[in-house]
Structures are given as C-alpha cells and as structure tokens.
Design a binder for this molecule. Structure first.
Ligand SMILES: *Cc1c(COP(=O)(O)O)cnc(C)c1O
Length: 367
C-alpha cells in the first residue's frame, strides 16, 4: 500500500503564514525594535507585580471566565461584563469570530491594506476573502457596500488601520452598519483606539451596545505594553458572546495574563503617559520624515507609514537593509500592498532619533 499523507482542508494551503515584525539585528548591536507597534514605555509596574504574584499558583488552572479581567475592563469603560469575551490576543478573537460565523461558500470583506490576520481567519474557515479598494489609504464605506453580495457574512475593518495609521469617523462606521444587511456581522478592530484623539472618532462601544450584529475587538498588546502575555477582548451582543464562549478554549487566558491585564487596565495614569509620549513623538517623527523628502501617510496611531520616491535608487528595501545594519528594525509592508514603503513604530526618544539619523544617512547616499 502506498502511504498517503493527511490532506489539509480546502483553502488552508492558500494561507500565507503571518510574518511577524523582525526582532534581531546582526552583531552585538542593541536593537531599536520599531517593527511591531509595541510601546517604548513598557507595561504598568502594577501589571508586572500582578504577573509576578501569579507565579505562586502555577499548578492551578486559571479562571475559565477570566472574571477579574472582564470586570476590570467593564469598570474602566462602563460596560456589561457578560458581553465581554477575552482571548489569547485579539488575534484569537478574530479567528473565533470567523470560525463561529464563516464557512465554505461564505464571503467576508476587508480592505486593500487591511490587517492580514483577517485573511488568515477567513481562509482558515473555507470562506472567500473579498478585498475592496480604499480611498486615500482609508477605509471606503461605499466600496465595502458595493462589494456586498448575498453570500457576504462578515466585514472586518481596523479603525485605525494597520499599517496605514488612518481612521474613519464614527459617522462613517454608522453609515456602514446601516448599509449592511442585518445578518452581516461587522467586526471593528480597535487595537489602536487608545492612541486616537479626534472628536469624530469612537472605537464603537456604543454601536455594539445598540446593534445586534456589531463586535468591537481590543488588545492589551499595544498601549498597555503586554504583547508577550497575549490578551485581547471583544465587546459583543449577548448572542455573539454566547457563540464565542461555546467555541473558545475553556482556559484560553493564563492566570498571569488575567492578573496582569486587570492591573494594567486600572492604571489609567500609566496609559495616559504612553499616550502623551506618542502625542509628542508621532508629530516629530512625521515631520522629520517629511524633511527627508519622504511621503508620510497621516497617522492617528503609534506608527507611521513612510513612502519612498518611485523610480529612484533609494528604496524601502534598501533603507530597511541599511537600518538593520545600524541596529534599527522597522517593518517591511510589501505583503500589505506597499512594496516601496516602511512602517515605523514610535519608539523612545533615543530610538526615534537613531532611526531618523540613520534614514537621513541612507537617503543622503552614505549607504
Ligand atoms: C496589533 C494588532 C492587533 C492585536 O493583536 P493581538 O493578538 O491582540 O496582539 C489587532 N489588530 C490589529 C490591526 C493590530 O495591528
């Protein structure tokens, strides 16, 4: 008998595995890691203390309901804890939403430069990704509505979006919701919402509270500085929370994550410090990049997308190589449809200055 290997379900081998931001540089250089939108301030010291205290009971299973964390989130934002579902990062929740609501024959929409985890979640469940154009590198509500077919089951938007850093006003999100059939699930990925200060922006809490078909996802990986612990949460209509709770792993968050997350979200002062740091350095980085002659997509998040001039010898990949040789790691975004752009996270003061100085050397031809 000829041995045959197991065959993955249709669609699985169409998935391009997610490539995380790099973290290593050559030689003994201490890297400035500006590739994954982490915070240069680190987590709240209270979160670190709570994490360490959790080490005393590692033989115990965690609370499968993550009650401490859900209640801390509910208190912070005035929400109903029963409608919060926590996940091992918001990536897990995006995957669970797709698993709960998508199957073969279904379509799910995301935008041209949208977060690639959506595509993976859609294909994993045998559904068909439908990618719609953006306008000025922003989510285009009309383009999404025009792409809806009877097979559409889900729409994912990141607001603000990664890697563009752009956002759409809550009025536009409401218009999208109103234009979608009521059986189409709208997922609002608000991973960077804490960084946004715009009068016309909202993460979507009210929309979730007032519609039966909208979910908002959030993360502790960005402004809260806990990416290593993998903590995300979703605010859901009760029926959708019920679906997620049926299909998630029964202990999908570890006890140290639950404890650290609860402490982090209560430390408002620390979060505000991270926000102020970003408010100070994001405009500085943007203006320095422009002085170097690069086009910069206006960002409301903690990173910037810089575009290299077309048809010149100074390219995004050349800059990426040079930066790496200088111990600075940024993010190539070719997989997001930007072959000649780089995404840079706002780092510490010295990291930002190192990155700008190195880019200046590269662009002036020293490299
Ligand atoms: C970083 C990021 C997330 C968060 O992922 P986690 O799994 O919570 O670490 C979600 N969505 C977008 C758009 C992101 O950039």
């Amino acid at each position: 008998m000829v041995a045959t290997a197991p065959i993955a379900r249709p669609g699985i081998l169409d998935i391009a595995a997610y490539v995380p931001g790099e973290s290593k540089v050559p030689g003994g250089l201490s890297p400035a890691k500006l590739s994954s939108n982490e915070t240069p301030l680190g987590p709240s010291p209270k979160a670190i203390d709570a994490f360490k205290a959790a080490a005393a009971e590692l033989e115990r299973y965690p609370d499968g309901q993550a009650t401490l964390l859900r209640e801390a989130i509910a208190r912070r934002y005035g929400l109903d804890a029963a409608r919060i579902v926590c996940g091992s990062g918001s990536d897990e929740l995006l995957g669970l939403l797709a698993r709960g609501y998508l199957g073969p024959g279904d379509e799910a929409i995301y935008t041209a430069h949208g977060f690639l985890v959506y595509r993976i979640a859609i294909l994993t469940n045998g559904a068909t990704p439908v990618v719609v154009p953006e306008r000025d590198l922003k989510t285009d509500v009309d383009a999404i509505l025009a792409a809806v077919t009877p097979k559409t089951r889900m729409v994912f938007i990141a607001n603000p979006n990664n890697p563009t850093g752009t956002y759409i006003p809550i009025e536009e999100v409401r218009r999208l919701r109103a234009g979608l059939r009521s059986d189409v699930l709208l997922v609002l990925d608000a991973a960077y919402s804490e960084y946004v200060s715009r009068n016309d922006y909202e993460a979507g809490i009210e929309l979730v509270a007032t519609t039966p078909n909208t979910v908002m996802t959030r993360t502790f990986s960005k402004i809260y500085g806990l990416a290593a612990l993998r903590i995300g949460w979703a605010y859901c209509p009760p029926e959708i929370a019920d679906v997620l709770n049926r299909i998630r792993g029964p202990f999908n968050l570890s006890s140290p994550a639950i404890a650290a997350g609860a402490a982090a979200i209560a430390d408002i002062e620390h979060m505000e410090r991270a926000k102020r740091h970003n408010d100070q350095w994001l405009p500085w980085v943007e203006s320095e990049l422009k002085k170097l002659g690069l086009a910069v997509t206006p960002s409301v998040a903690n990173f910037v997308l810089m575009h290299f001039p077309e048809g010149r010898d100074k390219t995004a990949s050349g800059a990426d190589e040079y930066l790496k040789s200088q111990g600075i790691i940024v993010r190539k975004v070719g997989a997001y449809g930007f072959p000649n752009a780089l995404r840079m996270t706002i780092g510490s003061e010295s990291e930002n200055k190192r990155a700008i100085d190195a880019l200046a050397r590269y662009l002036k031809g020293a490299a």
